[in-house]
Design a protein around this ligand. Structure first.
Ligand SMILES: Nc1ncnc2c1ncn2[C@@H]1O[C@H](COP(=O)(O)OP(=O)(O)OP(=O)(O)O)[C@@H](O)[C@H]1O
Ligand SMILES: [Mg+2]
Length: 475
């Protein structure tokens, strides 16, 4: 395999193969402008923080390559051009006597960098293709963090300048017919492979254009994966499966990036193939294996600020779609009221996630969210709705060691006076920390059998009572 083929196969995401050639031309034009800008700014002595030391030495070469592409190969396909980069470089070097020596390795780096700019998402392209990286966070041109195996790590990737970040951003949002500029400085978008992107630029983001990419996992985690990671135990998985089967209404609660959506996906995988499932999300992340799934996605407002379709609109609409199960990606606002009403009026077995630090916190957030629906409801009535609707809260956390664990499974037992009674059924018990700093611990029963246990039995779903017994008291 030639050097170029290696870089191509390593770096070229298949998703962008079909870009229109007009767009490509515009991109190379932009890139050339930018290369020129880089040289000028370097002449001004701008500090170049690039980790790749070959940048300084070979900036001129890269600049000439881009000029060459724009002038000589304008009509050619970007894919074709990348295959010829090696030749173009040789040509330029032979035509320019004062070009510094270039080692084979630097040459490889230069080709890779140019190929990334031309066909991919610039310097972050390799990170997007790296399967161990689950999240990419660009904080302006000089700082790119990644999440690798659950840990946040500063990568050695940098952009040339703000302009360079903006070009990558434009490449992300343009195919969606969106734009990002001073008049609309915040955008939610998705890459073609489904990865979720949020971008916010100056003047709102002080440190430069900021991009956060949650990579879409083509192969979502299964219940076996979560058991292997220690997120839940096998008994817990069996318990949760029984809860889903028994059509309990379940809420997954957790902080940002704690793995709520992943757990919701696993929960949804337990839904029977016979059920008609309607999923409602801001950005479709759930990947259900069942046949009968209708996926709905919200829509942001258009440039005039009109035409937005919210989660709440979709929840209301879904009720007219004869759903057996409603799965809501994340409940954030007034849709909570519609969701609770749906749960209380026969739409059992609904699943959702929400942002909170504990089951009790989730309840009070739900109260606030219901108020956001704009109906003047007394607190008692809201609590009544919540207590009647919710059966189980699964609390998920990202622990200090980077692992994601279910830290509590709580039953919502009902209303006593003004108080919603919560009963923890399983709780995370930390036993220590191993030599690698990993937290040792697992979810253990509190010894309380949930009130819905009998309801499960009536439905013919049998769970051994021993799974609710405290350790040492089981079989
Ligand atoms: N149980 C797990 N063990 C290890 N990694 C996980 C686990 N669950 C999720 N992840 C990883 O953590 C990241 C965040 O997961 P996920 O999208 O499910 O979180 P979230 O809580 O829904 O995030 P957000 O608050 O942004 O919606 C993903 O990259 C995912 O692959
Ligand atoms: Mg999520």
């Amino acid at each position: 395999m030639s050097l170029l083929e290696r870089i191509q196969s390593k770096n070229r995401p298949s998703s962008i193969k079909n870009d229109a050639s007009a767009q490509r031309e515009a991109q190379s034009e932009q890139l050339l402008n930018n290369k020129n800008g880089t040289v000028q700014s370097k002449e001004k002595g701008r500090e170049n923080k690039r980790a790749n030391k070959s940048e300084d030495k070979h900036a001129e070469l890269k600049n000439l390559v881009f000029k060459h592409i724009l002038k000589e190969r304008k009509k050619e396909d970007i894919e074709e051009i990348t295959l010829q980069l090696d030749d173009i470089i040789s040509e330029i070097i032979s035509e320019n006597d004062n070009m510094p020596e270039i080692s084979e390795r630097d040459r490889e780096d230069v080709i890779e960098e140019i190929a990334n700019d031309l066909t991919g998402y610039g310097p972050i392209n390799p990170l997007l293709l790296d399967e161990d990286v689950s999240e990419v966070m660009v904080n302006g041109p000089d700082q790119v963090y990644v999440e690798r195996n659950g840990k946040l790590i500063l990568s050695d990737v940098t952009f040339r300048d703000n302009e360079h970040v903006m070009q990558v951003l434009e490449k992300i949002v343009a195919p969606l017919g969106r734009r990002i500029d001073e008049s609309s400085p915040m955008v939610d978008a998705r890459l073609k492979d489904g990865s979720r992107v949020n971008a916010i630029i100056p003047p709102l983001a002080l440190g430069g254009p900021t991009i956060t990419i949650r990579k879409f996992s083509k192969d979502p985690f299964t219940v076996e994966d979560l058991i292997r990671f220690g997120t839940m135990t096998e008994e817990m998985a069996r318990f949760i499966e029984a809860c889903v089967e028994a059509k309990l209404n379940i809420f997954v609660s957790g902080g940002t990036g704690s793995g709520k959506t992943t757990t919701l996906n696993v929960l949804s995988s337990f839904i029977s193939n016979e059920d008609r499932i309607v999923t409602i999300e801001d950005a479709a992340e759930l990947q259900l294996g069942q046949e009968h799934v209708v996926s709905l996605e919200t829509r942001p407002p258009n440039i005039e600020g009109k035409g937005a379709i919210t989660i709440r609109d979709l929840v209301r609409n879904s009720l007219r779609m004869r759903p057996d199960r409603i799965v809501i990606g994340e409940v954030r606002s007034g849709e909570a009221l519609d969701m609770l009403q749906a749960m209380n009026t026969g739409h059992d077995g609904s699943l959702a996630t929400g942002h909170a630090n504990s089951p009790r916190d989730m309840i009070s957030r739900l109260e606030t969210m219901v108020l956001m629906a704009g109906m003047e409801l007394p607190v008692k009535a809201i609590r009544d709705q919540i207590a009647g609707a919710l059966d189980v809260i699964i609390q998920q956390s990202r622990l200090r060691d980077g692992t994601r664990r279910i830290t509590s499974i709580t039953e919502v037992q009902g209303l006593e006076g003004d108080i919603i009674v919560l009963q923890e059924i399983f709780t995370f018990q930390q036993m220590g920390i191993d030599e690698n700093g990993k937290i040792i611990g697992k979810l253990v029963p509190t010894g309380v059998r949930p009130k819905f246990y009998e309801h499960m039995e009536h439905q013919g779903i049998y769970l051994s009572p021993s799974i609710f017994m405290e350790q040492g008291m089981g079989e």
